[in-house]
Design a binder for this molecule. Structure first.
Ligand code: BDR
Ligand code: CA
Length: 304
């Protein structure tokens, strides 16, 4: 399986990245997008995480620094100012890729020998830009698996989930491109929370990767407790493992659209699972094997 990873690291993105880099897949490239942190910070985190994983052979690109239409507003509350809850990483020594992610990914997709699996754990700005550059690239994507949206309530506002809220226009553009994403929304990621025994298992990993993961998880746990959010959720790990191992997710076809016009519900995903089959444009995740996701992530973290 050939994979492209796009994200906004971000603590749960970072855990997804460290998990991905131990999976038996061929990672063609990774890219950073504005979201949890400004893109400069996310790009640095991504490069340093790839270095920590010993995978500097993978090209890493910097993508969009702002959403397609709206302004970006940085809020450090959930992931910290550095995006990684204060975890200290050795700076990557890999050569800096100067090419913009959208151009690089369009180039790589066009050249791909087989359709690729694309996983996106941040706002869809980069994905929308690639498909805007060359709409025919839809044919080169086997599956686009996206963490974002919700069939229930949001987390930034009562209606909107964070990744969609940052760039709802990008989501709309991706849905209009004819690609049929797998939407891994809060309705399933909220089933995958870190419990006390999961934290205990992570804390026992006495390696550089274990220390980074431990610092990030401790920060994430503190914020979740302070905000009364319950068990910290592994949103992006669910999407990542759902991309690598589709059997971990149960999906249902639906027609999905995204609100971009209302100030009250901007970024809300509306999923109609009563739509006729030929109108469905999305496969919406409705259930997940939560224990398997946590087991696979912990196994990956232990394996470094
Ligand atoms: C999503 O928003 C970010 O805070 C997380 O990294 C995840 O991708 C959850 O709403
Ligand atoms: Ca993310």
């Amino acid at each position: 399986m050939q994979i492209l990873f796009d994200g906004d690291p971000g603590i749960d993105d970072a855990l997804a990245i460290l998990t991905l880099l131990r999976e038996p897949v061929d990672v063609l490239a990774m890219s950073a997008v504005v979201g949890n942190v400004p893109v400069e910070t996310g790009f640095r985190n991504l490069r340093d995480l790839v270095a920590l994983a010993g995978r500097e052979d993978i090209p890493v690109f910097r993508g969009a620094s702002r959403p397609l239409v709206r302004d970006y507003v940085f809020d450090p509350m959930v992931h910290g100012v550095d995006g990684l809850g204060g975890a200290k990483l050795q700076p990557s020594r890999a050569a800096l890729q100067e090419e913009h992610a959208a151009i690089a990914l369009a180039r790589l997709l066009a050249a791909a020998s087989e359709p690729v699996t694309w996983v996106a754990t941040g706002p869809l700005t980069n994905v929308a830009m690639v498909l805007g550059l060359d709409p025919s690239l839809v044919r080169k994507v086997r599956r686009l698996v996206v963490m974002g949206g919700s069939t229930l309530r949001g987390n930034v506002t009562p209606a909107a989930e964070f990744n969609v809220y940052v760039d709802a226009e990008a989501w709309r553009a991706v849905l209009a491109s004819g690609i049929r994403p797998v939407m891994v929304g809060l309705n399933v990621t909220h089933m995958v929370g870190m419990r006390a025994e999961d934290f205990a298992a992570a804390e026992q990993i006495d390696t550089p990767v274990g220390q980074v993961a431990g610092t990030m998880l401790a920060y994430y746990r503190r914020v979740s407790t302070e905000q009364d959010w319950g068990a910290p959720k592994l949103h992006d790990v669910v999407a990542l493992l759902g991309a690598v191992s589709p059997e971990l997710l149960e999906v249902r076809p639906a027609f999905v659209d995204v609100e971009t016009g209302s100030s009250l519900t901007y970024g809300m995903t509306v999923a109609d699972d009563r739509a006729a089959a030929d109108r469905c444009n999305c496969d919406v995740a409705v259930d997940v094997d939560a224990d398997a996701v946590k087991r696979r992530m912990l196994r990956a973290l232990r394996s470094y």
